[in-house]
Design a protein around this ligand. Structure first.
Ligand SMILES: [Zn+2]
Ligand SMILES: [Zn+2]
Length: 241
């Protein structure tokens, strides 16, 4: 309404230069979606929220919309995009999964250092029953994020912290089994130091490896929700010898 030239420019950028005189009802779904993007462009917003931007689009229009969004991202706009399509999600720098409206247990990809700290603390707190001090690497941060908490004067995992640590331990130990079995790779001295199996692939890797109960160091691998049952997953050490 205030700047026709700017509006026309935004519509041209999304490939609708030939449609300037059309009514919304005369545009296809893909074109309407591109108008939405043009509208988002006008104010140069630093943040764009896109709820299923490719939801009802055919493959061609999906590609057009995604390349427009990628272009916006290149120009410095931050995009928060909701999608059910894993191939769309895979294009994001960061993926946050929701399950039934709640943050899925899980992690930010690339957050290897946090993963390593969680694995370390899991060993100390849950397996070796040792205490940790607040001065230890990462502990203060995890307390601040409520992944750890004080109970009876001792530092321990919160439920959320425990869930994240179990997932991190599982992925790190599966990676050890994977490397040891498939590459006959020499064992690292310390457990949990291998780069973990990528988040989201642990179930496939676990199944591929026949749901190993322990890592090459003999430490138990926590089962996932879809592992075939507790029989396979008890730590093997006690009864086998
Ligand atoms: Zn290990
Ligand atoms: Zn499994």
């Amino acid at each position: 309404m205030t700047d026709r030239g700017e509006a026309e420019e935004a519509l041209r950028r999304v490939g609708l230069g030939e449609r300037l005189g059309h009514l919304p009802s005369q545009l296809s779904g893909g074109e309407q979606q591109r108008v939405c993007i043009a509208r988002a462009l006008i104010n140069q917003p630093p943040l764009i929220l896109a709820d299923e931007p490719t939801g009802n689009l055919d493959a061609v229009n999906e590609a057009i919309v995604m390349s427009l969004l990628a272009d916006l991202h290149q120009r410095g706009h931050t995009l928060i995009l909701v999608t059910h399509d894993p191939s769309i999600a895979a294009r994001a720098n960061r993926e946050v999964r929701l399950e039934h409206g709640r943050l899925a247990q899980g992690e930010q990809p690339g957050d290897l250092e946090l993963q390593g700290v969680l694995v370390e603390l899991w060993q100390l707190l849950e397996e070796d029953r040792a205490g940790v001090s607040i001065a230890r690497r990462g502990v203060a941060q995890l307390l601040a994020e409520s992944l750890l908490a004080f109970a009876d004067g001792k530092i321990g995992f919160t439920d959320r912290g425990r869930a994240q640590a179990v997932s991190a331990v599982r992925r790190a130990r599966l990676a050890e089994v994977l490397l040891a079995r498939t590459l006959s790779r020499g064992l690292l001295a310390e457990c949990g130091r291998e780069a973990p199996v990528a988040a989201g692939f642990e179930d496939q890797v676990c199944a591929f490896l026949d749901h190993p109960a322990v890592c090459p160091h003999g430490r138990p691998i926590p089962p996932g929700a879809d592992c075939p049952g507790p029989a396979l997953l008890e730590p093997a050490a006690e009864s086998s010898e």
